[in-house]
Design a protein around this ligand. Structure first.
Ligand code: RUB
Length: 287
């Protein structure tokens, strides 16, 4: 069985990175504990610790809740995989051969969609992406796309204006979708979405419907992870407070469509469907 402390550490240090990979790793760990006959109380304690590691990850919370309440870990893992396939297919309709797609950070959903389009549909796009300070997740995006034969132009974060110049669309992942249809994603996402809107470039968010954060239904403020300042500046002077917010909110008004395993919708309609879907899956009442 994997060591729970080691898995939690990897998630905390962003060695296991991106909402989908984090949810998958969390459920796989609990499944192993369950299969090894570990006492339920201990499993629940690890589940609570997992939920606390990256507070802006409702996919992890939802996947854990559904897995524990149904004890059907395989079904949850199967959902994660099949939802990715569904999103890849739905999102590939958004671009045409020869388009340029701008993306930020590392979303396995966006990367998977671009590779699916190139491999399965022979749609060749060029990708403009940002390096994504402070942890450079954009390099993973660039490497994975380049390995798949997709041409990439890689920009420093502040070069996004230039990167957007020839872009046909912005394609972003999501960590959370709130009840108002806002999306939380890597810091910088709203800046790029706003800049895209000024240039009339459409903004698409690709997400598993289980990233809907039902805790925001009564207008609770969704939690926004703030990470240690040393990731940005290791030896910053004592009186400099380094503000290392991991995520920011892309306002629903800057999003043209949310493309998900349950369909492509405007943010408001997506929320209706995702909320209903969650309550059907968990057997809980809609608020
Ligand atoms: C990752 C990030 C990704 C989303 C979606 O931030 O913002 O866009 O998690 O990823 P971090 P995916 O590097 O802080 O985890 O599409 O793989 O679920």
């Amino acid at each position: 069985m994997a060591d729970p402390d080691a898995v939690i550490k990897k998630i905390e240090n962003i060695e296991i990175q991106g909402a989908t990979a984090v949810a998958r790793a969390g459920v796989e760990l609990l499944q192993e504990m369950h299969d090894d006959g570990i006492h339920q109380q201990r499993i629940e304690a690890v589940a609570e610790r997992l939920k606390g590691v990256r507070p802006t990850e409702p996919f992890l919370f939802n996947a854990i809740d559904i897995a524990l309440s149904t004890e059907d870990f395989e079904r949850v893992l199967a959902h994660i995989d099949s939802a990715q396939d569904d999103i890849h297919r739905a999102a590939a309709d958004l671009f045409e051969d020869g388009d340029t797609v701008f993306t930020h950070c590392h979303s396995s959903t966006v990367v998977g969609t671009l590779i699916h389009a190139a491999d399965e549909l022979d749609q060749q796009v060029t990708v403009h992406n940002t390096e994504t300070r402070p942890l450079f997740q954009g390099r993973d995006t660039a490497k994975e796309l380049a390995d798949a034969g997709i041409p990439v132009k890689h920009y420093v974060d502040s070069g996004a204006r230039l990167a957007l110049q020839d872009a046909d669309m912005v394609m972003l992942g999501a960590d959370a979708v709130t009840s108002s249809g806002h999306v939380l994603n890597k810091i910088g996402s709203e800046l790029f979405a706003e800049a895209a809107q000024v240039r009339e470039i459409p903004v698409y968010v690709l997400t598993d419907s289980w990233k809907f954060d039902h805790r925001t239904v009564f207008d609770h403020v969704e939690e926004r992870e703030k990470r240690r300042g040393s990731e940005v500046w290791e030896d910053a002077p004592d009186n400099v407070q380094v503000m290392n917010y991991a995520f920011e909110r892309i306002s629903a008004e800057h999003i043209d469509a949310i493309v998900s395993d349950i369909g492509s919708y405007n943010p408001e309609t997506f929320v209706d469907h995702a909320d209903r879907n969650y309550h059907e899956l968990t057997g809980t009442e809609e608020e």
